[in-house]
Design a protein around this ligand. Structure first.
Ligand code: ADP
Ligand code: MG
Length: 415
């Protein structure tokens, strides 16, 4: 059953009533701009046709009751549930969404039945689809007056409460996307721009066959890159004699013409503690939230990491220009350069992702790259319309799938 009917049917079955409304919240994929967002630098994602559907209705009691297809344990949470004490992982997202709403629900409870054709935990942001969809459903039910920007902001806060590292890209694109468009998101200062996709372009996403890792080692690898790029930003600012307020991010120095030259002046490897000592700042400035998982004495490849981030931000600008010029060939070259940089400088590819990207390109894609944090998960390819079947077939042969075409789709909405 397609997810809209499945969500409606599950609502009737579990709650014995008709839902008051139906929400569709899509997944997303990032075309280019990887590991830039937490450096305050732009990304270029789009929402996809696969989505999470939520049938929503009021409840008599001040609780959130929820069921979700494929998740055996139903949820029944008081409106003030503490996400930290909620045992079932998927219920934590619900509790976190309730937590960011604070008093807005004013004691009103809700029932939700969920169905999705997004593969969960594979990098297409099923978690953000769930949280944005739930917030939109509650907004629709109770007239909370949340516009898409506020919704995206609350959803990002909720996912952080639920324990996810998120720069806010996923929730924004899921809340704001338009069919047939990419969404360029800038963070310093915040702005968004919808770019129409030229006719005749198509996109394929394909799994590497390795799940995108979560928790322990994955978190440590991610934190290492966050910390290293902060160190690089502070060292570059220091070379420029500039004072960086708050957390140093490469977005604060990226517009300075000298930045790419100064990247080459960075030490190849430096420990956060040594960098902090040389700059006369507390090491917490770099390590911050990662402190529990992070050894500040470990030597980090700051130069290579910073080189990737600054070059990737430049590629986002060039990719936007290529989209506007309907220049698929250039876009493909930029995607391949992005992948090479993620592999060689950011060190977050895997042999399976490299083989997948090579196979899709060989099958006629203009370009392909890993998408998401890396270390597994999915790759995205751009190709001429009509070539998707060959690209999908090559992806299936290389990595076993799933692999499917994706169309830039509308963001979350009430149906
Ligand atoms: P991704 O967001 O890339 O798909 P995450 O690990 O961030 O991967 O999120 C996946 C988690 O989000 C699931 O393990 C589950 O807890 C929750 N989730 C996602 N989709 C659903 C759904 N349809 N119903 C219930 N929980 C979901
Ligand atoms: Mg997620």
């Amino acid at each position: 059953m397609e997810p809209a009917s499945a969500a409606r049917a599950a609502f009737r079955e579990h709650f014995g009533a008709e839902p008051a409304l139906l929400v569709r919240a899509p997944g997303r994929v990032n075309l280019i701009g990887e590991h830039t967002d937490y450096n305050g630098l732009p990304v270029l994602p789009f929402a996809i046709g696969r989505a999470t559907l939520l049938a929503v209705g009021p409840a008599d009691a001040p609780r959130l009751e929820a069921v979700s297809e494929g998740f055996p344990v139903p949820a029944s949470l008081p409106l003030d549930a503490d996400p930290a004490t909620v045992a079932e992982p998927w219920h934590r997202y619900l509790a976190a969404a309730l937590a960011v709403l604070g008093d807005r629900l004013a004691g009103r409870g809700a029932r939700v039945a969920i169905a999705s054709d997004l593969p969960p935990a594979s990098g297409l942001s099923s978690s953000s689809a769930l949280v944005v969809g739930l917030l939109l459903g509650l907004d629709g039910l109770f007239g909370l007056g949340l516009g898409p920007p506020a919704l995206a902001d609350l959803a990002a806060r909720a996912e952080r409460i639920a324990g996810a590292e998120t720069g806010g890209m996923d929730q924004q694109v899921i809340a704001l996307a338009r069919a047939g468009h990419l969404l360029r998101i800038d963070f310093l200062p915040p702005s968004t721009r919808h770019l129409p996709v030229p006719p005749g372009w198509a996109f394929v996403v394909a799994s590497s066959g390795q799940p995108a890792p979560k928790g322990g080692a994955a978190r440590a690898a991610y934190n290492e890159r966050v910390v290293a790029t902060r160190v690089a930003a502070a060292l570059i600012a220091d070379m420029l004699g500039a004072e960086l307020e708050g957390t140093p991010v490469l977005g604060n120095v990226a517009d300075i013409d000298a930045a790419p030259i100064l990247v080459d002046e960075l030490p190849a490897r430096v420990s956060p503690r040594k960098a902090a000592a040389s700059l006369g700042v507390p090491v917490e400035r770099f390590v911050g939230l990662a402190a529990d998982t992070f050894d500040p004495d470990v030597l980090l490849p700051v130069r290579a990491y910073a080189r990737h981030v600054l070059a990737e931000a430049e590629r986002v600008d060039l990719a936007c220009a290529a989209v506007e010029a309907a220049d698929l060939r250039t876009l493909g070259e930029l995607m391949l350069a992005s992948h090479a940089s993620l592999r060689d400088d950011y060190r977050c590819s895997t042999p399976a992702l490299d083989a997948l990207v090579a196979a899709m390109t060989k099958a006629g894609a203009a370009g392909a790259r890993l998408t998401g944090a890396g270390f597994g998960g999915f790759a995205i390819a751009a190709c001429e319309r009509g070539r998707e079947p060959a690209v999908i077939e090559a992806a299936l042969a290389a990595a076993g799938g799933p692999a499917f075409a994706v169309e830039p789709s509308d963001g979350a909405a009430l149906l």
